[in-house]
Design a protein around this ligand. Structure first.
Ligand code: IPM
Ligand code: MN
Length: 367
């Protein structure tokens, strides 16, 4: 009997639904070639859910995700819903509750600049002659995003806003372990990013990461203050292997990594929680870029980030590493053969400009 899995598919808004179509074609192909099955049910999320049900995260969607081993997520948000109160806006009202509800504490965001695509990076090409490949590990369910108290209240006759940054040692230990494990599978270099010259949170963070490091003697650990890290990443991205940091700093640093990699349309991400019965991690997998409302519906969005998110899902949640590898390789081959969506097209010799389905087809042909 072939192994059978179940995932929840949440295409969302903007380019989400178009790129998801291509990812599902790839899923269909790899399940056949690698002899396993994946049942996939589609659910509403974000603006699409607001329009249909009044809220960005319907109960039906949460139930569907609970019944699955992983969530394949598109993207949410757009100008249509921008003026709603912040806590029911698609991004905040869907993503943050999903992260908390499913305990998705470990956010893996690869920042990869393909050697053939360095021209698309805004960084001077002499600084990244062979591109770079950095993995940002961001803590995702703690820190200032979720700490209590939080809110705006009246004090001495004026509004005062309060956000609280809280990290328990156990939260730091578990994310540090994820980062060290990731480093062990890569180039064994880990840079922890904090603000230990100012924040108590960061003092505990640094001490704890140092403690966890004792279990990983092969990994070369370094530390940077976040302000300095923001500079060093621009100046010498190829020097970094794995980064680990808290929720707020990780939000910012991972966007910086994504920007200098050249195309948001190429980067997947994984948000992982607890280990499931099948031995994988429950997780949510989504492109790092947003819903790109400016290009939605035109058939020109790059589907690679969504397809690589599927590969991460197969690897981390379903334990189907061989299928994941074959997807990664097929994407490499399509890029190597010159296929380019608009975001990575330069007009150089050998480049073939394609749209969303054209790129999907080029990848499928290489599977
Ligand atoms: C991200 C986003 C979210 C975050 C927002 C939309 C809540 O920016 O996934 O990086 O800040 O985590
Ligand atoms: Mn962000």
């Amino acid at each position: 009997m072939p192994q059978s899995h179940r995932i929840a598919v949440l295409p969302g808004d903007g380019i989400g639904p178009e790129v998801m179509v291509e990812a599902l074609k790839v899923l269909n192909a790899v399940t056949k070639s690698h002899n396993f099955t994946v049942e996939h049910e589609t659910y509403l999320v974000g603006g699409a859910a607001i329009d249909a049900t009044g809220g960005p995260l319907p109960e039906d969607t949460v139930k569907g995700c609970e019944a699955a081993e992983a969530i394949l997520f598109g993207s949410v948000g757009g100008p249509k819903w921008e003026n709603l109160p912040p806590n029911i806006q698609p991004e905040r009202g869907a993503l943050l509750p999903i992260r908390k509800h499913f305990g998705l504490y470990a956010n893996l965001r690869p920042g990869v600049c393909h050697p053939a695509l360095t021209h698309a990076s805004p960084v001077k090409n002499e600084l990244i002659p062979n591109g770079f490949n950095v993995l940002c590990v961001r803590e995702l369910t703690g820190g200032i995003y979720f700490g209590q108290p939080k809110g705006i209240e009246e004090r001495n006759g004026e509004p005062v806003a309060i956000d609280t940054m809280v990290y328990a040692k156990s939260e730091i230990v578990r994310i540090a372990k994820v980062a060290f494990e990731a480093a062990m599978g890569r180039d064994k270099r880990l840079c922890s990013i904090d603000k230990a010259n100012v924040l108590s949170n960061s003092v505990l963070w640094r001490e704890t990461v140092e403690e966890v490091a004792k279990d990983y003697p092969e990994v070369k650990l370094s530390h940077l203050y976040v302000d300095n890290a923001a500079m060093q990443i621009i100046r010498r991205a190829p020097d970094f292997d794995v980064l680990v940091t808290g929720n707020l700093f990780g939000d910012i640093i991972s966007d910086e990594m994504a920007m200098i990699s050249g195309s948001l349309g190429m980067l997947p991400s994984a948000s992982l929680g607890k280990t499931t019965e099948s031995g994988g991690n429950f997780g949510l997998f989504e492109p790092s870029g947003g819903s790109a409302p400016d290009i939605a519906g035109q058939g020109i969005a790059n589907p690679i980030a969504q397809i690589l998110s599927l590969a991460m899902l197969l690897r981390y949640s379903l334990g189907q590493a061989a299928a994941a590898d074959s997807i990664d390789q097929a994407v490499e081959k399509a890029i190597g053969a010159g296929f380019r969506t608009g975001d990575i097209f330069t007009g150089a010799e050998g480049e073939i400009k394609v749209g969303t389905t054209g790129m999907g087809r080029a990848i499928l042909e290489n599977l």
